[in-house]
Design a binder for this molecule. Sequence first.
Ligand SMILES: Nc1ncnc2c1ncn2[C@@H]1O[C@H](COP(=O)(O)OP(=O)(O)O)[C@@H](O)[C@H]1O
Ligand SMILES: [Mg+2]
Length: 412
Amino acid sequence: MQRIAIVDPTESTRESLRTLLLGVDFVWLEAECARYEYFYDVINQSMPDLAIVALDADKNRALQMIGQLAVDYPRLPILTISHDHQALLQSLQKGAKYFLTHPVGLEDMLSALRRALGDASHSDGSSSGSSSGQLGVAPRQSGAAIMVAVLGSRGGVGTTTLAVNLAATLACEPGNGVALVDLDLALGDADIALEVNGIENISIADLARNIERLDMNFLRRALVKHEATGLAILRHPLEIMEMGVIHEGHVERILNLLKISYSHLVLDLSKSLLPTDLMAMRMSDVILLTAQLELSSLRNVVRLIHCMGSEEGLAEKVRVVVNRVGAESIEEGISLKKAEEVIGKPIFWQIPNDTKPLIAARVAGAPLIKHSPKCRAQLAIAGLAHALSGKAGTGSSAELKTKRGFGLFGRR
Ligand SMILES: Nc1ncnc2c1ncn2[C@@H]1O[C@H](COP(=O)(O)OP(=O)(O)O)[C@@H](O)[C@H]1O
Ligand SMILES: [Mg+2]
């Protein structure tokens, strides 16, 4: 999927251009801009694979901006559109490489896109020489984030705690751009665990309602930034009733867009196995299934893995994370070894019970990495983040063991 940014100050033609591009399955409309003077910044932030400039609203301004783009982003292909042949010629002189005359039909657009994007990928395999944008978005290699879904085996096992702290830990790693998506649509509370000051009250429900207009600019306005870590958060709907407007197709589209702009996505799922959760799991590289060493949680782990087995590719991605290891009040005398026997799968990770720092961090609305970076739970989560950063589902290293020896694949 290749990403496109367009600029056209005239609303009606911009809308037809958008509609045209929505019908092309190999491109993604990354950014849409209504002012020539803002387009340079849009390109700088979104680093698309192709820029499309409609010239007719103000040819002089458009040509001047193309000249500047061509100098600063010499590898960015620019496609211009106009009624005016003279203006199209001038745009080529300024540095545009492709043009189309108004009105543009789908066939013309398709062949221009194939040419422009094909040429760009043959020239050096990437469209831009510049680094990341200004919003904490990591440089993209091969264009896709590592996507980690976090699923609970029942309420209260620590799913949100894991999702939030894993995401915050990944976000603190230099070079990463991380987004946390609260897909616990009815009862999500990631925004409580991580206190954020929402400037705009846009939630995932608003994105779903306006899905045809969704581009990276709109999506960025909905993402709340956690200043201390740089983590971007997409919140659950503000009203529970709104969850009905969010369908799996919306989730697919939103995640696809996030995927090309961030290095890591962490998804806090609901416990209801809704179609939205299934879509998120389908799209994820790894599914962390959070459990505790007690009967109802472990039984649900077995049931969930069994249920996922009915769809190809899901169960293989599941990694069981046992949380609150060492909490005697919870564990009912079940050992990790016994749990592995019951589940029929190795325990991928263990997070020790660490009540004090977790309560304190939660009260402060801060992630452990900022509140108690040395606590045992955070050390275990940092080890998990490390393992997931390389290649999802792989990676283990003895030094990642926590102080009490609750390490990778380790047993008590
Ligand atoms: N490793 C841990 N040690 C101590 N308390 C924990 C740990 N993990 C989670 N908790 C606590 O358990 C409670 C439930 O966690 P939460 O993440 O909200 O669960 P879920 O999202 O699965 O419903 C929270 O109060 C949280 O602070
Ligand atoms: Mg939760």
